[in-house]
Design a protein around this ligand. Structure first.
Ligand code: UD1
Ligand code: UDP
Length: 372
């Protein structure tokens, strides 16, 4: 039996970790769930454990908020002795948050094999902290578990060994498909007095959109114009809460607390349009076939544009309004990428449990040195 540490710590981690844990345990592995404490509010953390049926963390690092260096450093300092104590065969990190990179760096120097779920995504936008986390995590990982062919192509182009790269599909969509019926029965629309197909759903939390009041004010102005055609519901991420309160929102845009997982899935599923800067929401709208307008200039998930319902609108207010109105008039056809089929967690477990051990498996290597 293998012992595997699964790391989670922030809102977009829980729904990615859960199907991997379930599949590993079903295949006989011993799983230790380590929670870093990067997110800690009930609405950003506790509700996901209940909604997903995720057991309480086996170990909790309690790092909380801070600058990038503080947060990453605190996770590393707390994870290092824990890893020595647990001595697992492998560590699984998901996604691209600071907790992902911190635990990856510690694992790479400590000895267990490191698996990165959601490997190979690239926005090529180095102003995003997540791009640094993605590239650096992949670089020290033994197993690169990619959600889509574009991610595999990125990894090949960067010179990774073929035996490190595995196309497993999208674990986040495993969780979406497993919970959709329960979500639809959860009653959130009635609670907010919403009619299916007659509202838009908005999320905003990327630093580039919410940290600069001028940029956020421009986006709010655009949302106000869109709300003239379709009223908007905006569950507020804590990063944006203060600035949204200071700026005030236009009529037709309703601010509500961050939604729990089941509520948010149901809100996406019944929305006429979703406007977002979230990574995961671009994928979930594609899987649900709901039109998505992404308030960014780029995406590390191009498959959602090429084979899904996502349209990039940037953050210029006029372009955002024009794009949203065009999508409302002429929504993209629903399509779902291959391997977003509810079985990605099983594929991750198979790779991990059938792969070698740290003693037998070749570790990440540099590309061959250039000929002299
Ligand atoms: C983090 C991730 C981002 C991810 C997002 C998902 C990094 C670098 N960023 O961004 O990739 O898309 O989570 O939601 O890892 N806060 C609270 N309560 C909480 C958590 C945070 O009030 O439970 C507030 C704090 O003021 C904190 C701020 O939100 O300083 C930002 O939190 P942090 O985890 O640093 O980054 P996010 O913006 O949440
Ligand atoms: N989500 C949620 N409630 C919200 C907003 C998002 O449950 O109010 C879920 C969403 O369905 C998806 C995940 O959180 O599963 C995405 O996380 P987030 O947007 O915070 O991070 P990102 O994907 O951008 O890293």
């Amino acid at each position: 039996m293998k012992r595997v540490v699964c790391v989670a710590g922030a809102r977009p981690n829980y729904m990615k970790t859960k199907p991997v844990m379930d599949a590993l345990e079903a295949a006989g592995a011993e799983v230790v769930l380590v929670h870093t404490g990067q997110h800690y509010d009930e609405a950003m953390n506790g509700v996901f454990f209940r909604d997903l049926g995720l057991r309480p963390p086996d170990r909790f690092l309690g790092v909380g908020s801070g600058s990038h260096a503080q947060q990453t450093g605190r996770v590393m300092a707390a994870f290092e002795p824990l890893l020595a104590d647990l001595a697992p065969d492998a560590v699984v990190v998901v996604g691209d948050v600071n907790s992902t990179l911190a635990c990856a760096l510690v694992t790479a120097k400590a000895g267990p094999l490191l698996a990165h779920v959601e490997a190979g995504l690239r926005s090529r936008d180095w102003t995003m902290p997540e791009e640094v986390n993605r590239v650096a995590t992949d670089r020290v990982s033994d197993y690169l578990l990619a959600p889509s062919p574009d991610a595999v192509d990125n990894l090949r182009a960067e010179g990774y060994r073929e035996d490190q790269v595995h196309l497993v599909g999208n674990v986040m969509i495993d969780t979406l498909l497993a919970n959709l019926e329960r979500a639809r029965a959860h009653g959130v629309l009635a609670g907010y007095g919403l009619t299916p197909g007659e509202y838009g759903l908005v999320t905003l939390h990327r630093p580039a959109n919410v940290d600069d009041p001028a940029v956020l004010a421009g986006l709010l102005k655009a949302l106000g114009e869109i709300a003239g055609r379709c009223p908007l519901l905006l569950p507020v991420h804590p990063r944006a809460a203060g600035r949204l309160a200071d700026l005030g929102v236009p009529g037709g845009v309703r601010l509500v607390p961050p939604a729990g997982y089941l509520d948010f899935i149901a809100l996406q599923d019944a929305a006429r349009i979703v406007l977002t800067d979230s990574g995961g929401v671009q994928e979930e709208t594609t899987a649900l076939g709901v039109p998505c307008v992404t308030l960014r200039d780029n995406t590390e998930r191009p498959i959602t544009v090429e084979q899904g319902t996502n349209v990039l609108a940037g953050r210029d207010p006029d372009r955002v309004v024009a794009t949203a109105l065009r999508v409302l008039d002429d929504p993209p056809a629903p399509r779902r990428p291959a391997l977003w089929d509810g079985r990605a967690g099983e594929r991750v477990a198979r790779v991990l449990l059938e792969g070698g051990t740290a003693r037998t498996r070749p570790r990440p290597t540099d590309r061959p040195a250039p000929a002299a």
